[in-house]
Ligand binder design. Structure first.
Ligand code: M6R
Length: 609
């Protein structure tokens, strides 16, 4: 997620800006940049980490008391140095950083190019720097040119700009993208996230939509788009950095579950070719020729990422007819897995730093096998060690129990399935239908999230039980495993996941009135078999909690408790059914008063084998 920091005051701007950028790292990003204005213009950008930017600028003398900086998370254009912010115009006089999307940038860019402007990046944001430059030709005044430029853009923006010949002010505009101004002693710190400000001041002005601020060292003026002055309150915020990052949620886990709709949109953005009913990934461009020779896929991963891999196996075999095996990464190294050069190895990892997965990846790389990483953390070891990569774009996952990362992994894997399936037997219309289903996912998840109270009530009824079985069939079998893992991890209750049909082969011996069974019985080809399984549990006096498709009247008659989820394609139903599982584990753990974000004995990233 993009982050903005700006500074004007009596101190050197660079350390404040870099500190602010580091505090925004938790949001995730892929490139960064800074400009500090003093006797000269000090300007540097880089693809990659803020630490890389820091190394670059430390070699130069970046002196000056005013500056802006940015961490970019690519939307328009690849994560390269050129596409990183700040952006500047042709004469390198105005510098801007921007969060959001300038929807009419293509039209504006065309007009500006016709007037002779030369663009260097592929971003929508650069257009704003050129716009100020153009407006300045008429107004000869930074503030007026900035306002003129703001009046021409459509979309969402938090924009901060500086002018190399006006070291007395920073200009800011906001619409639908957060911007805050920290009021310090003879200084102002501007940021898109309170985390970048709290280290210096707790006095904050929240800029409203369609407001423009002129920030000087000791003064701040805010107006609306009609140039009328707007009075603003300075809020005293009394929260810690961690609280700031959590927003209004009591835990990171809950916050991250609620991010699911956004996570899906981000995973999909720019990756669909709707007219061709297929998907595309920038990260696969370099290996497109080698991919043509692939006959098999092997997935290596651990924990939740492994379950995402298991789901992908079902999809890849059902829809793309590619034989796929899924290996627990820690097991892979200890056995002689059959793998040759016709295999594509996919390593799935949220952190990109899981030692077992890295170990498996290294073994495979030594055999010169094509490797692909599906990773959330940008720049992590797995993202660097694989031949090609697809980022999840889920943003930082802080809670040890993985939730939104799983949603993003499953979404990326659904897109990857579409990519391969369309090269095989999936028809154009089937591809288009799947795209429509994918595009509807985030709205359906929104409906499930608004039903959290129902799941909380069920958790309240069951939190004292000591054992659970989770059952699911076909695409929902990996979800049963994932649901059981979530409950174990954060509530410390014993839970086992099984394929629905396996119950009668052993685990049914455990079932009695004290052993609740959590069943995923959504509509689809396995529905009737799951109903039969539920009847078997009920016949043994077991209690049944069900996830079912909304409108299913039958299920309410046999299950003790039901969570309904919206209707969807059978293929994508697991991306919906996992959410109530996450919530159930969450609420059970909360009733048991467990440390939800930091469960005992667990680490977010397991960096030892
Ligand atoms: O970062 P990774 O996805 O490679 O992590 C793999 C597992 O350690 C991880 O999914 C773990 O199982 C989580 N705690 C699950 O919530």
């Amino acid at each position: 997620m993009c982050g903005i920091v700006g500074y004007i005051g009596k101190e050197e701007a660079l350390p404040v800006l870099l500190d602010g950028l580091k505090r925004l790292e938790y949001r995730g990003y892929d490139s960064s940049g800074v400009v500090v204005l003093g006797e000269k213009v000090n300007f540097e950008k880089t693809a990659g980490r803020v630490s890389a930017l820091e190394k670059k600028v430390s070699k130069n003398n970046f002196f000056g008391n005013i500056g802006i900086a940015h961490t970019r998370w690519a939307t328009h254009g690849k994560p390269t140095k050129t596409n990183a912010h700040p952006h500047t115009g042709c004469k390198k006089e105005f510098f801007i950083v921007h969060n959001g999307i300038i929807e009419n940038y293509k039209e504006l860019k065309k007009e500006l190019e016709e007037k002779g402007h030369k663009f260097s990046s592929q971003t929508d944001s650069e257009v704003f720097a050129h716009l100020i430059e153009e407006e300045f030709k008429d107004y000869h005044n930074f503030e007026a040119a900035f306002k003129g430029a703001v009046s021409k853009i459509k979309g969402a923006f938090g924009i901060v700009a500086v002018h190399k010949s006006d070291l007395e002010k920073i200009l800011i505009a906001k619409k639908s993208s957060p911007i805050l101004i920290g009021v310090g002693d003879g200084e102002h710190i501007i940021a898109s996230d309170i985390a970048a400000i709290l280290g210096r001041t707790k006095e904050i002005i929240y800029l409203g939509d369609n407001e423009i601020a002129v920030c000087e060292k000791n003064n701040i003026r805010i107006s609306n788009l009609k140039n009328e002055a707007v009075g603003k309150k300075v809020h005293k915020v009394d929260i810690s950095l961690e609280e700031a990052e959590k927003g209004h949620f009591e835990t990171f886990m809950k916050k991250e579950i609620f991010e699911a709709p956004e996570v899906i949109k981000n995973a999909v953005r720019g990756r669909l070719i709707e007219s061709e009913g297929t998907s595309k990934f920038g990260g696969l461009d370099d290996i497109s020729e080698r991919l043509k020779d692939i006959k098999k896929i092997m997935i290596v991963a651990c924990g939740t990422s492994y379950y995402a891999g298991l789901l992908a196996k079902y999809w890849l075999e059902d829809f793309a007819q590619i034989p796929t095996t899924v290996e627990i990464a820690s097991e892979f190294k200890d056995r002689k897995a059959s793998i040759d050069k016709s295999t594509l190895l996919i390593a799935i990892s949220q952190s990109g730093e899981t030692a077992d997965t890295i170990g498996a990846l290294k073994e495979v790389k030594a055999k010169k096998i094509l490797t692909l990483g599906i990773v959330n953390v940008v720049g992590s070891t797995i993202s660097r060690e694989t031949d090609a990569g697809i980022y999840n774009r889920a943003g930082p996952e802080i809670s040890v129990a993985s939730t939104k990362a799983f949603i993003s992994q499953a979404t990326v894997l659904a897109l990857l399935t579409l990519f391969f399936a369309r090269q095989k037997t999936m028809s154009l219309s089937e591809g288009k239908e799947l795209i429509l289903e994918i595009k509807n996912l985030h709205g359906k998840i929104g409906q499930i999230l608004s039903n959290q109270k129902n799941i909380e009530n069920i958790a309240k009824k069951y939190f004292k039980y000591k054992n659970f079985i989770y059952l699911g069939k076909k695409y929902n079998f990996p979800i049963a495993l994932e649901g059981a893992l979530k409950l174990k991890e954060i509530s410390y209750i014993h839970a086992e996941g099984y394929a629905g049909g396996e119950l009668k082969h052993g685990p049914i011996a455990l079932v009695d009135k004290d052993f609740p069974v959590f069943c995923i019985a959504t509509k689809g080809s396995s529905y009737n078999k799951m109903l039969a399984t539920i009847e078997e549990v009920k016949a043994r006096g077991g209690k049944v909690i069900c996830i079912a498709t909304s409108g299913d009247k039958k299920i309410s008659k046999i299950a003790d408790d039901v969570v309904f989820i919206p209707k969807s394609s059978e293929m994508l139903s697991p991306i919906l059914s996992v959410i109530p599982m996450q919530f159930f584990a969450y609420f059970v753990a909360r009733y048991l008063k467990k440390d939800i974000d930091k469960p005992r004995n667990l680490a977010k990233s397991v960096t030892v084998e």
